[in-house]
Ligand binder design. Structure first.
Ligand SMILES: C[S@@+](CC[C@H](N)C(=O)[O-])C[C@H]1O[C@@H](n2cnc3c(N)ncnc32)[C@H](O)[C@@H]1O
Length: 271
């Protein structure tokens, strides 16, 4: 299914089915259970990913039936016009164990400027370092809300399934906007909640079955209870597009993947 929506159509009636109600409930950023403020949310998220890192890849592929590979591949393909430019400066933030970064590298020539892969979880990064070719990547520990990167220096920022975990979405977008060069682009791949019959089936899987399997295989029940909560708390596609426009991005759009289970938000920093 391909029904991109852009900022102009974001408020049209077809999206008023369930998203406005959700958007009145979602918060400004991720709030894991027990977290009181942004600092404690960020700490809880980092500790959670550190704890599930050893089994993250296995669980990811089992729980998504390997569809996640297609989502990373589609995201990288969407930005091939940038990735194929050897001088393009690219950041994959919230890189985790590095699969989105690997998909980006497949679109890049070996001579290109190394892609920066960054995350704030040392245990996730340890795994990324083992997977990513050292010549083609620079792996750094960094917080998405405080990037150790010069303003206006990047041509592309991607983030896959990480943005939803940020303690403040507006601050995250503002930080991406700051780091991008004029004409640069951002791609945010993350989960969404599809509507209709598919949505009901998926909600059952996502809220009941996935947390049960995830907690059994990882031994970390909290992490897999957090996942559906964080998706429910995340702004709907039209609301995210509004946040992106408020941050200054233009030509914003959302492309649903797999019936809207996931999707790619993208936008440009004006040249
Ligand atoms: C669900 S994983 C996704 C990893 C990878 N991108 C993928 O697609 O498999 C989310 C990642 O975001 C990272 N993360 C969450 N908040 C972050 C922040 N504020 N700064 C940097 N990394 C963050 C976590 O440590 C975790 O590795």
């Amino acid at each position: 299914m391909r029904t991109d929506i852009d900022s102009a159509s974001a408020s049209t009636a077809s999206f008023t089915i369930c998203w406005p109600l959700r958007d009145s409930l979602h918060s400004a950023g991720s709030r894991p259970a027990g977290a009181q403020d942004e600092a404690s949310s960020a700490r809880a998220v980092r500790e959670m990913f550190d704890s599930i890192a050893p089994r993250y890849d296995l669980l990811n592929h089992v729980l998504s039936c390997n569809v996640d590979r297609i989502w990373w591949w589609r995201t990288a393909r969407r930005f091939r016009h940038i990735l194929t430019r050897p001088e393009a400066r690219v950041l994959d933030i919230c890189c985790g164990t590095g699969d989105m970064t690997l998909a980006l590298l497949r679109r890049r020539s070996g001579q290109g400027v190394p892609v920066i892969a960054a995350d704030f979880s040392p245990a996730m990064l340890e795994r990324a370092r083992k997977k990513l070719p050292a010549r083609q990547t620079t792996v750094i520990e960094a917080d998405a809300l405080h990037l150790p990167i010069e303003s206006a220096s990047l041509d592309l920022i991607t983030t896959a399934f990480g943005f939803r975990n940020l303690a403040n979405y507006q601050d995250g977008l503002a930080e991406f906007f700051r780091a991008l060069a004029p004409g640069g682009e951002v791609g945010i791949l993350d989960f969404s909640e599809p509507g209709g019959v598919m949505g009901k089936l998926y909600a059952f899987y996502f809220r009941r079955i996935l947390p049960a399997i995830g907690s059994r295989l990882s031994g970390q029940g909290d992490a897999y209870a957090y996942l559906p909560q964080s998706v429910a708390n995340f702004p709907s596609p039209p609301a995210m597009l509004d946040l992106m426009r408020q941050a200054g991005f233009t030509q914003v759009s959302w492309t649903p993947y797999s019936f809207g289970i996931a999707g790619l938000w993208r936008g440009n920093k004006p040249a």
